[in-house]
Design a protein around this ligand. Structure first.
Ligand code: ADP
Ligand code: MG
Length: 234
């Protein structure tokens, strides 16, 4: 579904990604782990066309999307839920969700709205409420729901659990699992490595712009270095 080969990205003269390669197969959840500043957000922004790579290749279903503008990449089936859940504060929940389908003209939009509201019943209860008055967890649900309204085949999630209460974090991860079981492939940037490794099949660990470890989620969850660095063990 997605293949990244030797991707280099820099902010001005400062390199942020120093030749990363990774792949995501259709149907997978792949976790991208790493400490603050490792390059996770930069990776997602480059995939969705918000940043231009210096070199390297990005293939989406075998086709190069490197250098393509974000709105065309969205049409290729990729949706990006950015860090910090940006929703349209003054629009209602329903209007926010409809914005997620603005590039589409097909008849399945209302079925997708039903699907999103069944994944996130809270959003259904609050569909007439303006988004700015939702809780942080509800805004995260709305940001994910809005991305799903574009009917993506590949969903990029940047730290969906950031700043949320533990009970909401678990709920979000459970829902991410359901979205995947319904057929959406997912690249998940996780601050909560334990939960990310729980729902992912495979994972990559980034350190200062390079992939330092990769493997099955089960193997990485047992890896001593990963446990020390990302699971808070001594
Ligand atoms: N807009 C920017 N301008 C300059 N440097 C940036 C910018 N965004 C991120 N960086 C730098 O790029 C590196 C990777 O950042 P980022 O991708 O945000 O990491 P992560 O999401 O893993 O925390 C860091 O060293 C960060 O300071
Ligand atoms: Mg980040």
């Amino acid at each position: 579904m997605l293949e990244i080969r030797d991707l280099h990205v820099a902010y001005g003269e400062i390199p942020a990604l120093k030749g990363i390669s990774l792949s995501v197969a259709t149907g997978e959840i792949v976790a991208l782990l790493g400490n603050n500043g490792a390059g996770k957000t930069t990776t997602l922004k480059t995939l969705s066309g918000l940043l231009a790579p210096r070199s390297g290749e990005i293939l989406l279903e075998g086709e190069s999307v490197r250098g393509m503008p974000p709105h065309l990449i969205v049409r290729k089936g990729l949706a990006h839920v950015p860090e910090g859940r940006r929703v349209f504060n003054r629009l209602t929940v329903r209007e926010n969700l409809e914005m997620g389908a603005y590039t589409r003209s097909d008849a399945a939009v209302s079925a997708d709205l039903d699907r999103v509201l069944s994944l996130f019943p809270r959003l259904g209860e609050r569909r007439a409420q303006v988004a700015g008055t939702l809780s942080g967890g509800e805004q995260q649900m709305l940001a994910i729901g809005r991305a799903l309204m574009g009917s993506p085949r590949l969903l990029l999630l940047d730290e969906p659990s950031m700043g949320l209460a533990p009970v909401l974090v678990e709920q979000i991860f459970e829902t991410v699992g359901s979205i995947n079981r319904q057929g959406t492939t997912i690249l998940l940037v996780g601050q909560n490595a334990a939960l990310a490794l729980d729902i992912a099949q495979r994972a990559y660990v980034l350190e200062t712009g390079a992939v330092v470890l990769s493997g099955s989620a089960a193997d990485l969850a047992r890896n001593q270095d990963v446990r020390r660095a990302y699971l808070g063990e001594m």
